[in-house]
Design a protein around this ligand. Structure first.
Ligand code: SF4
Length: 496
């Protein structure tokens, strides 16, 4: 891709009210899932928060999917639209870029996060921008855009303000989102009141209306003073150059229409070929993500403010982000690119529901995070994640695009073995397991030997933590002992 470059200009450093203190996102280390998960499993408050959010969302999903009898066909259609898109992604990107430019917008193809930051930093420098307001965007979380702009371009003195309520609270707390759709589902009302009270410099009551009222007042000031609005995008339409954003807060419209400049950062996989394809995805996305029939706002943005139009930005820039996505095209992992970030697989995942999002240590958590993080970041740096699953298949079943997530997790585990990442001991154990399971004689012998050997390690009906390399099986899992008699034995003896 032809990467267009922008330079920055010198600006005095300004005072920052909301300094981004987040730990690193997908670009940083994500090792240590097991350690973080053990802590999270013991956190009752976290479980209550997760149960509240997922219960509400899954309830709404059930009710609203029932109003869409054609949902199974739409799901199939969505899968095929994504398949068609990926088969000719380069062509659709060119088509969309051409349509945007024909309407007076500007396009930038960014290989990685540094390229996005360089482009937006250059734009901010040329415009003399001081305040950037942002609406919710997982792509900019992934590339740590805020940190990059603050640390790599300190001369600009930019104040970057998240304006999605959850994202803003997370930013004030120096925290990271723990769910694709509900960024602060891990926080309860009391904690949010403490964070906002600190920001307000006075004690605010833990009352939703009072807290939302404070946030609205503060964020309105930022919208009106904002020089550049940065948003993500749920979909990009190749044939028209339209960017589609679905939100439940009015902040998306304010970010994209009040500042004189609007920059969209969109992952290249978010494209669909035709405008009419949106009707397939918007019906599935709201039901799957938030359990609604339709989100409160569905925005279609096609070009900057035109002649004679009263609102909209003077400049519209669309930044297409690759960051490792294109290398998945045509591979056995291409389906991971079909994701529309609805968050439904997180809500149903028995692992996510126990650990929450932060245990994953990555921007993307839950089943899709366990798939996409190793693909974007490499197996070495995220070796725990493909194992953070019981492979029950609930994620694949709920996915509105039909991504076979649990199968992709198995493929990633295979890749670890093929790449020598899984470790020699694990490889030997599984080779032995395969041999034993394919020979009835060996299987019978192993059962007998196992029953004798386990006497030393079974206590109170379960296997005690095992030593050495075997500890991986018992430190984080409950291992059931072999039954006193096998089913075959019981059968022979005659089951009542
Ligand atoms: S993988 Fe499927 S269920 Fe999970 S976030 Fe993506 S679209 Fe939603």
């Amino acid at each position: 891709m032809d990467l267009k470059r922008s330079g920055g200009t010198e600006k005095p450093v300004g005072r920052r009210e909301t300094r981004d203190r987040r730990p690193e996102g997908i670009e940083g280390g994500v090792e240590g899932f097991n350690r973080r998960a053990s802590r999270a499993v013991a956190d009752r408050e976290l479980h209550d928060s997760i149960a509240l959010f997922t219960g509400k969302t899954l309830g709404g999903r059930g009710v609203n999917l029932a109003t869409l009898p054609e949902a199974p066909e739409l799901r199939e259609r969505a899968y095929h639209i994504k398949q068609e898109t990926m088969a000719n992604l380069g062509g659709y990107l060119e088509q969309m870029a051409g349509a945007i430019e024909a309407r007076g917008g500007k396009v930038h193809f960014a290989r990685d996060g540094a390229s996005v930051a360089e482009y937006i930093g250059g734009l901010a420098g040329r415009r003399g921008a001081k305040i950037i307001t942002k609406s919710k965007s997982m792509a900019t979380e992934e590339i740590e855009l805020n940190r990059r702009l603050e640390e790599d371009y300190p001369e600009l003195g930019l104040e970057i303000v998240e304006t999605d309520l959850g994202e803003w609270i997370a930013q004030l707390a120096g925290d990271t989102p723990s769910h694709i759709v509900g960024p602060i589902l891990h926080m309860n009302k009391a904690r949010i009141a403490r964070i906002l009270s600190e920001s307000a410099g006075e004690k605010l009551p833990p009352d939703v209306e009072a807290l939302a009222g404070y946030a609205r007042r503060r964020l309105r000031e930022k919208f009106l003073a904002s020089d550049i609005g940065v948003s993500g995008a749920n979909f990009g339409v190749a044939e028209t150059g339209t960017v589609c954003l679905v939100t439940n807060e009015g902040n998306g419209r304010l970010v994209t229409s009040v500042p004189p400049v609007h920059v969209v950062v969109i992952g290249i996989e978010k494209l669909v070929p035709r405008f009419r394809d949106l009707s397939v995805f918007t019906r599935l996305l709201a039901r799957s993500g938030t359990g609604q029939r339709l989100t409160a706002y569905t925005n279609f943005i096609t070009g900057p403010r035109g002649a004679g139009e009263l609102d909209g930005p003077e400049e519209l820039h669309v930044v297409f982000l690759d960051n490792g996505r294109s290398k998945l095209l045509g591979t056995p992992f291409e389906e991971a690119l079909y994701c529309i970030r609805c968050g439904s697989c997180l809500n149903v995942c028995p692992v996510y529901r126990q650990t929450g999002g932060h245990a994953y240590g990555s921007t993307y958590s839950g089943p899709i995070g366990a798939v996409i993080t190793p693909l974007l970041k490499g197996d070495e740096k995220s070796r725990d994640l493909p194992h953070a699953s019981s492979l029950c298949g609930a994620c694949s079943e709920t996915c509105p695009v039909g991504i076979p997530l649990h199968e992709l997790l198995v493929k990633l585990r295979n890749r670890q073995v093929d790449g020598g990442i899984a470790g020699k001991a694990e490889e030997l154990v599984f080779k032995g397991f395969e041999k034993t399971m394919s020979s009835p004689k060996l299987y019978g012998l192993a059962k007998k030997a196992g029953r004798v050997a386990q006497k030393a390690v079974v206590k109170d009906g379960s296997v005690r933590p095992l030593p050495g390399p075997l500890s991986g099986w018992t430190d984080f899992r409950d291992l059931a002992p072999l039954a006193r008699k096998s089913f075959a034995q019981l059968w022979r003896e005659g089951i009542e």
